[in-house]
Design a protein around this ligand. Structure first.
Ligand SMILES: [Zn+2]
Length: 388
């Protein structure tokens, strides 16, 4: 195999900071991928990178069907007590409008847009915007046709007349999948007009550490690698926000001069790399803790709280997964579905015999979730929880 290079700064990557057990690599769609997950940390820019385990072109064309299930399917962003959940799509629209302050009639391109429920909701709220869509797959065209004219949508090839025409390019959870970042950033820059802006949201592995194990997220950006990426491709960073979208970085940049990019400060990169090492240690310890809890509660039937990535991760590592009777999830679109041959139910529908619960949520929210369960069912369960 050729030596691996950093997707951001092209520095050679040596020595994985994390290697999974064989055939335990999970994709963002909770599918097991063949092979071993290897994660690297770039000495030069602090980028965290996962080696590609699959043929990405055919994967996104044929296997990657995120949320194509139904028209309204969405992911919960937050649930305030006594209120209906705020879904991710609406949160993304609110944030975009607040940060970009788009003028009447602005030309927008959602790049790597998938189903693009965000743009659909945005178009509903701001019919004046000239929204365009681009992706490397034909599979979402049916969704796009419901809210946009055909000439505003493109797949595989970008129409020549689009170049230099956009006021803003958006990218929602797409750059983490792309190995050829240089190529993508150059294309984006070419599509923007002078002073045009790039608005991107990518996972933040430092606040959502589950992202570290997602096998098809080949990029886990750090603040240093984001700054480096933008500078290398002629963008000027306006804002790097790590708090407005939980577990993610919100990036606002504008077309700048293509001057020679500086390397990030070695001290800053060292800090990022130490944080990366902490995450790697967290996941090595999690495997041991999980096995210890399972052994101690072997006589009980159990439930896994969280039917997303963390839920599949836990289920995949149990010695006796048959002890798990059900998954619990508060997302109404997941309730009533089946994951790993087990039903997904609402918390109120938890079967009686269950005494152990695996909290399969972002470790940062685990305490809040546990408190919620305890309030409804005081002292009924033993909890497994990831230990920071
Ligand atoms: Zn790098």
């Amino acid at each position: 195999m050729d030596s691996l290079q950093c997707n951001v700064c092209q520095a050679p990557l040596a020595g994985a900071v994390y290697t999974s057990l064989p055939d335990q690599a999970l994709s963002s769609l909770n599918r097991n991928l063949d092979g071993q997950l290897e994660v690297f940390s770039c000495h030069e820019c602090g980028h965290v990178q996962t080696s590609e385990l699959y043929n990405s072109q055919s994967y996104y064309d044929n296997d990657y069907d995120i949320l194509t299930g139904s028209e309204d399917e969405d992911q919960i962003y937050s649930v305030a007590p006594g209120q209906s959940p705020l879904f991710r799509t609406q949160h993304q629209v609110n944030l975009l409008l607040a940060k970009l302050d788009l003028p009447e009639g602005a030309r927008l391109l959602d790049y790597g847009c998938a189903k693009s429920s965000t743009m659909r909701a945005l178009q509903g709220q701001r019919p004046d915007l000239a929204i365009h869509l681009f992706d490397v797959s034909d599979r979402y065209q049916e969704f796009w046709a419901k809210f946009l004219a055909k000439e505003r949508c493109a797949t595989y090839e970008i129409p020549a007349q689009w170049h230099g025409s956009f006021d803003a390019i958006t990218s929602f959870f797409s750059l983490e999948h792309i190995q050829e970042l240089a190529n993508t950033l150059q294309k984006m820059r070419r599509l923007l007009r002078e002073q045009g802006r790039l608005y991107a949201i990518v996972p933040n592995v430092f606040t959502n550490i589950g992202d570290f194990l997602v096998a098809d997220h080949v990029n886990h950006f750090s603040h240093t690698s984001i700054e480096q990426l933008l500078a290398l491709h002629g963008f000027e960073l306006i804002e790097l926000d790590d708090h407005s979208h939980r577990g993610a970085f919100v990036i606002v940049a504008k077309v700048g001069s293509a001057s020679l990019a500086q390397r990030p400060s070695p001290a800053e990169v060292d800090r990022v790399r130490a944080a990366t090492e902490t995450i790697s240690r967290f996941w090595r310890n999690a495997e041991t803790d999980l096995r210890r809890f399972e052994t101690a509660h072997a006589e009980h039937t159990a439930a896994i709280y969280g039917a997303g990535f963390y839920g599949s991760y836990i289920a995949g590592r149990l010695a006796q997964p048959e002890k798990v009777q059900t998954f619990v999830d508060q997302n109404p679109y997941l309730q009533g579905t089946v994951l790993l041959e087990k039903p997904v139910v609402a918390l109120d529908r938890l079967p009686d015999g269950i005494r152990a619960i695996y909290l399969a949520v972002n470790p940062a929210s685990a305490e809040a979730v546990k408190a919620d369960i305890e309030q409804k069912f005081p002292n009924r369960f033993s909890f497994f929880q990831f230990q920071p």
